[in-house]
Write a protein that binds this ligand. Structure first.
Ligand SMILES: *Cc1c(COP(=O)(O)O)cnc(C)c1O
Length: 408
C-alpha cells in the first residue's frame, strides 16, 4: 500500500491567489466593459535587458556547435558566475564571501524550501507574520509542525510584524533554532537597518541558531546605510545563510536563476551537541538532487554583473521604483497610511476605519476596478492591510492611482 506524506494533509488550500482570481473573474464576467488594472501579483513585467539577452543568445549559439557544446555543468554552478557574484555582490561591499560559498540554483523559492531538508525535524522555526507563504508551507511539508488552527501551524513560532514594531519582529519569547527573515520585505515593502539586523545576529549567535535570510529584493534598496546583505552585519558569517535571486533583480522570473550563500565555517549541531559544517551538507544535497541551471541562463545571469548589464538593470528597477513613488504619493494623498515602496516594489497600505483586508479588496475591485492583494493572505497579522505591487506599467499605475484617489 502506498503511503502518502501526511504532512501534506496539514497544508491549507492555496487560498489567496485562487480566491483573488475567482473574485476578479466574477467581476469581469459581470462588467465586461470595465478595464481592470492588476497590481496584485509579485511578478515583473519589463523584458530582459539587452546585455542579458545578448549573453543568453551567445550561450545558445555555443550549445549549437560541437566545439563549444556543453553537457552537464558543475552542480554548484559555473565558476564564471559564482566568481562575478562573489566579487560584485559581496567582496566589493567589504564582505568576505568567496565563489566557493555560492550555490547557483533555479530559484530562491526552491532554495528556501529545500534548505529545510539539511536541518533536523526537531528544529523550531520562527517566521514573520505576515510574510512570503513559502517558508511556512515548506516547514509543514518537511514535517516540523503540527496541525493548522486559526491562521497558525502548531510548532511554528510566529513573529507579528505590524506598524507598532515598524515591521521588524521582536525577539520571540520561545527560542527558535532557524529564523526566516526577509528584507526588503515581501509583502510589507519595509527594510531592516544595520542595528535591527545586528540584534538578530547577536541573538542567533547567543542561541546557536541560524538565520535564513531572503534578500530577493536587495536590488531595490535605494537608501544609504540599509544593508544589502546580512553579511554586512558583524558576526553574521557564523550564523546566516543568504538567498538571492535574479527574478526581481533582473527580470528572471521566467528565466530562472538564483543562488544561496553558505559561508565557510557556518555550523549546525548534532543531537550530542557536536558542531558540523553546513556547507558540505548543502553541497551534498544539491549534487545528489539537482543537476544545475542551464548554461545559457548562467551566462545571461553573469551578464547582469557587467558594467552595461548593471546600468540597464538599474534603469528597470528605477522604473518600478518610480511607479512605487507615484503609488505611495497618491495613496497618501488619498488619506491612507502607507508603508514600504522606497526600497522595495511593494506598497503596504493600512485600510481605513479598520476595514478588513478582503472588504477593502472588494471595494477597490468593484469601485476602482483595481486588483491588489489582501494583507491577511500573508498571515493573520496582515489583517487590515493591503499590498499593491509596483510591477505594472506606468500608464496603468497612474490610472489605477487616479481611480483610487476618487474612491468615496
Ligand atoms: C519573488 C520572491 C523570491 C524569488 O523566488 P524565485 O524562485 O527566485 O523566483 C524569493 N523570495 C521572495 C520573498 C519573493 O517574493
Amino acid at each position: 500500500m502506498a503511503k502518502i506524506n501526511e504532512n501534506y494533509l496539514k497544508l491549507q488550500a492555496g487560498y489567496l491567489f485562487p480566491e483573488i482570481g475567482r473574485r476578479v473573474n466574477e467581476f469581469v464576467a459581470a462588467n465586461p466593459d470595465k478595464k481592470v488594472i492588476k497590481m496584485g501579483i509579485g511578478d515583473v513585467t519589463q523584458p530582459l535587458v539587452p546585455t542579458v539577452v545578448k549573453a543568453f543568445h551567445e550561450g545558445v549559439d555555443e550549445m549549437a556547435k560541437a566545439e563549444t557544446f556543453k553537457g552537464y555543468g558543475p552542480e554548484q554552478g559555473y565558476a564564471f558566475l559564482r566568481e562575478v557574484i562573489a566579487k560584485n555582490a559581496y567582496q566589493n561591499r567589504g564582505v568576505n564571501i568567496s565563489a566557493d560559498d555560492i550555490f547557483i540554483s533555479d530559484g530562491s523559492k526552491c532554495d528556501t524550501g529545500n534548505i529545510q531538508e539539511i536541518f533536523g525535524n526537531d528544529n523550531k522555526i520562527a517566521i514573520c507574520d505576515p510574510v512570503y507563504p513559502v517558508y511556512a508551507d515548506t516547514t509543514v511539508m518537511s514535517g516540523k509542525t503540527g496541525s493548522y488552527d486559526s491562521g497558525h501551524y502548531d510548532g511554528i513560532i510566529y513573529m507579528p510584524c505590524t506598524s507598532d514594531n515598524g515591521f521588524i519582529p521582536d525577539l520571540p519569547s520561545e527560542t527558535p533554532d532557524l529564523i526566516f527573515l526577509c528584507y526588503p520585505n515581501n509583502p510589507t515593502g519595509t527594510v531592516a537597518s544595520k542595528e535591527e539586523l545586528k540584534k538578530w545576529v547577536d541573538y542567533a549567535r547567543k542561541n546557536k541558531s541560524i538565520i535564513l535570510y531572503d534578500a530577493a529584493y536587495e536590488a531595490f534598496i535605494t537608501e544609504e546605510g540599509i544593508p544589502h546583505s546580512i553579511y554586512e552585519i558583524e558576526g553574521a558569517l557564523d550564523v546566516a545563510i543568504e538567498f538571492r535571486s535574479f527574478s526581481k533583480t533582473a527580470g528572471f522570473t521566467g528565466t530562472r536563476c538564483a543562488f544561496t550563500v553558505i559561508p565557510e565555517g557556518l555550523k549546525a549541531y548534532d543531537s550530542e551537541g557536536n558542531a558540523h559544517d553546513v556547507k558540505p551538507l548543502w553541497n551534498r544535497r544539491q549534487s545528489t538532487k539537482f543537476n544545475g541551471v542551464s548554461y545559457p541562463v548562467q551566462k545571461a545571469a553573469a551578464a547582469v554583473y557587467s558594467e552595461e548589464g548593471q546600468k540597464e538593470v538599474a534603469e528597470e528597477i528605477a522604473y518600478y521604483l518610480e511607479n512605487a513613488k507615484i503609488m505611495k504619493e497618491s495613496l497618501i494623498e488619498a488619506g491612507y497610511e502607507v508603508f514600504g515602496g522606497v526600497n522595495a516594489p511593494y506598497i503596504w497600505v493600512k485600510t481605513k476605519n479598520g476595514m478588513s483586508s478582503w472588504d477593502f479588496f472588494d471595494k477597490v475591485l468593484n469601485e476602482a476596478n483595481v486588483v491588489g492583494t489582501p494583507g491577511s493572505g500573508f498571515g493573520p497579522a496582515g489583517e487590515g492591510y493591503f499590498r499593491f505591487s509596483a510591477f505594472a506599467d506606468r500608464a496603468n499605475t497612474i490610472e489605477a492611482m487616479e481611480r483610487i484617489k476618487n474612491l468615496k
